[in-house]
Ligand binder design. Structure first.
Ligand code: MEV
Length: 323
């Protein structure tokens, strides 16, 4: 048995299909080259000890038998429940010390909570000498995310676990890799923090008031993802850009775009991008644009000129792995 294991898992970017994916439609997601690292080691105490400086957790400790109970500081929830859920399924005879370190700011919306959940579960399995396959890691991590935040499709958990670029349906009902390491994506950060749960709730409220309209929008987004999947497989970037623009229109209708996002998206299109849209829950976080080499620097400049920050990220990154 090992004494200590370090594991890393990638962040993600939603390509198309956000929000509608929560209601059973497919989405497309790619894993990004910026990773979350978790080091897990045995301790003498029968407790979880946690340090996660990125989310201001230092020297947090809780007995194993009390995990998931009482007060849990914001920032510790995903790891604490990951350890508890792992212990419930696989028995954890000793205490563990966990340290998570992120290569990216949790502000970007790259899915740091899901990536740390996935990496902690994989590290615990390695530490215990268990060979959990990716599906088992995904299932346990997705259950953990639902235990903590009560909602979400799990697309971010899928990207952190499997890596690459995926077509995904809620709960992992569909998990199909698409081989596009050369996806010519540009990412712009708004500087605004978006709260996924709040935005899912806002859309749900709208759906309660206008059920037929919102259902029709979800279905149209589903159709757009179908078209985008074909374009992605054929590497027909021009067509994919058009599907992104259509998708952005429907996200506007759902009420999750925002002034800054819209400015950055329009600036990217005007500078020659094939297409552009928000990525993720909306209102803030990041937008994405698809561009050829010829227009890439103009697109980046346009995003910066309207106050966005271009984030240099590799796409189609490998999934969870031991370091
Ligand atoms: C958030 O990044 C994307 C949503 O579709 C939520 C989810 O799929 O879990 C809004």
């Amino acid at each position: 048995m090992r004494d200590s294991v370090t594991v890393s898992a990638p962040g993600k970017l939603m390509l198309l299909g956000e929000h509608a994916v929560v209601y059973g439609r497919p989405c497309l997601v790619t894993a990004v080259g910026q990773r979350m690292r978790a080091t897990v080691a045995w301790t003498r105490e029968e407790a979880l000890e946690l340090t996660a400086k990125d989310v201001r957790i230092e020297g947090y400790s809780k007995p194993l038998r009390e995990l998931g109970q009482g007060e849990i500081p914001k920032g510790a929830g995903f790891v604490e429940l990951a350890v508890r859920n792992f212990a419930k399924e696989h028995a954890l005879e000793r205490g563990v010390r966990v340290e998570t370190v992120s290569e990216f700011s949790s502000q970007f919306g790259f899915g740091s909570s899901s990536a740390s959940t996935v990496s902690v579960i994989k590290a615990l399995a390695e530490l215990c000498g268990l060979s959990l396959d990716e599906r088992a890691i995904f299932n346990l991590a997705y259950k953990t995310v639902l235990d903590v935040q009560g909602k979400g499709s799990g697309f971010d958990v899928a990207a952190a676990t499997f890596g690459g670029t995926l077509r995904y349906i809620v709960g992992g009902k569909e998990l199909v890799p698409i081989d596009v390491p050369d996806l010519p994506l540009i990412v712009g950060y708004t500087g605004i923090k978006a709260d996924t749960v709040t935005l899912i709730d806002a859309v749900k409220k709208k759906a309660e008031r206008y059920p037929a309209v919102i259902e029709a929008i979800y279905s149209e987004i589903g159709n757009i993802v179908e078209g985008a999947t074909t374009a992605l497989r054929r590497k027909d970037w021009g067509a994919l850009g058009q599907w992104m623009d259509f998708n952005q229109g429907y996200l506007e209708s759902l009420g999750v775009s925002g002034e800054k996002l819209a400015r950055m998206i329009h600036a990217a299109r005007d500078a020659g991008a094939w297409g552009a849209k928000l990525s993720g829950a909306g209102k803030g976080d990041c937008m994405i644009a698809l561009s050829d080499q010829e227009h890439a620097s103009a697109v980046k400049q346009a995003i910066t000129q309207v106050g966005g920050e271009v984030v240099d990220v590799a796409v189609h990154a490998p999934g969870v792995r031991v370091e």
